[in-house]
Ligand binder design. Structure first.
Ligand code: AKB
Length: 313
């Protein structure tokens, strides 16, 4: 079997996707590529890789006989808004490089799109699979362009590209960096350590969210499903819960009764959140490759608090 390459393997998704893929396919079948920091411990194959350099990608793909690439290296929404040029270079430039290498070497490609691929005039409730996509953030522009570019490589060159529109992802393993939905992770650390959290979004900001084990399973499942069953490719709506900061605070109070939530709204991240859907319709993913989340708000909250209490003591 040809190997799997994961770019951005030390990021929020990669940190949990790499072990899951190694569990499914064997440690020697997955190459974890990192950019800035070398992992302290790694029980499998790992390589330095700067995805803005096409030759480096080509070398790794050929040296390890890569057949599938999970291309996760990207900037998140708030940091992208602060550095639009870097966001374009990393999110679009590296995707184009990876697609070209995939084309030359016959690799399949996974692309992580986002709720950020939608914009202010997208229907906010029950956001359909096929709908208006006119995002007003650079992050969203790179996500919707990425979806289109991946579809183009499939129709034009026959490359097997597939993707998911991830909601905010909640994980106890790695803290996210520079996303609009980061509050839903930060809140757990602060609740355990200080019984208090100051949220940068308004209490009623409703957004889709998902616990990382569901996100990792979705990424593996969509890549492993029979492609003849797929009517869509880039990218599938997937969600597990649609929640507000206040609802998450109430759920945390079921475990930590004296938890206090305060609000200090960051206008930049609030504007981004206000441009995104409140609840996506993921029925196409459910029908085409049997997507089904396992963690709702209460199960995710109980699990996050349990895992983080162990990690933080
Ligand atoms: C972000 O907030 O930027 C990401 C996302 C929803 O794509 N978590």
């Amino acid at each position: 079997m040809r190997r799997i390459l994961v770019t951005g393997s030390l990021g929020q998704i990669g940190s949990e996707l790499v072990p899951a893929l190694r569990e499914r396919h064997g440690a020697q079948s997955v190459v974890a590529s990192y950019h800035r920091t070398k992992p302290d411990v790694d029980d499998g194959l790992s390589e330095y890789l700067d995805c803005t350099d096409p030759q480096q990608i080509e070398d790794v793909v050929q040296r390890y006989d890569i057949g599938v690439i999970y291309h996760l290296a990207a900037l998140l929404s708030a940091v992208a808004e602060a550095k639009p040029q870097a966001a374009w270079d990393v999110n679009m430039g590296s995707l184009h490089n990876v697609l070209e290498v995939a084309r030359r070497n016959g690799c399949a490609l996974f692309f992580p799109s986002s709720i950020g691929a939608f914009g202010p005039n997208t229907p906010k409730q029950g956001t359909p699979q096929d709908t208006i996509q006119r995002p007003n953030t650079i992050y969203g522009v790179t996500k919707v362009s990425g979806e289109l570019l991946c579809d183009y490589y499939t129709t034009r060159y026959g490359i097997d590209t597939r993707g998911l529109r991830f909601p905010g992802l909640i994980s106890h393993v790695t803290v996210p960096g520079g996303g609009t939905t980061d509050y839903a992770v930060d809140i757990f650390y602060q609740a355990i350590q200080h019984r208090r959290y100051t949220c940068f979004l308004r209490p009623d900001t409703r957004l889709d969210m998902m616990y990382m084990p569901d996100a990792v399973r979705a990424a593996c499942d969509v890549m492993e499903t029979d492609p003849t069953a797929l009517k869509h490719r880039n990218a599938f709506n997937v969600t597990a819960m649609s929640i507000t900061p206040e609802e998450l605070a109430v759920e945390i109070r079921n475990h930590i009764p004296n938890f206090v939530m305060e609000y200090e709204v960051d206008p930049v991240r609030q504007a981004i959140a206000d441009s995104w859907p409140q609840s996506m319709d993921d029925s196409e993913a459910r029908a085409q490759w049997r997507w089904s989340p396992e963690f709702d708000l209460s199960r995710m909250t109980a699990e996050m608090l349990k895992k983080l209490r162990i990690k933080l003591t």
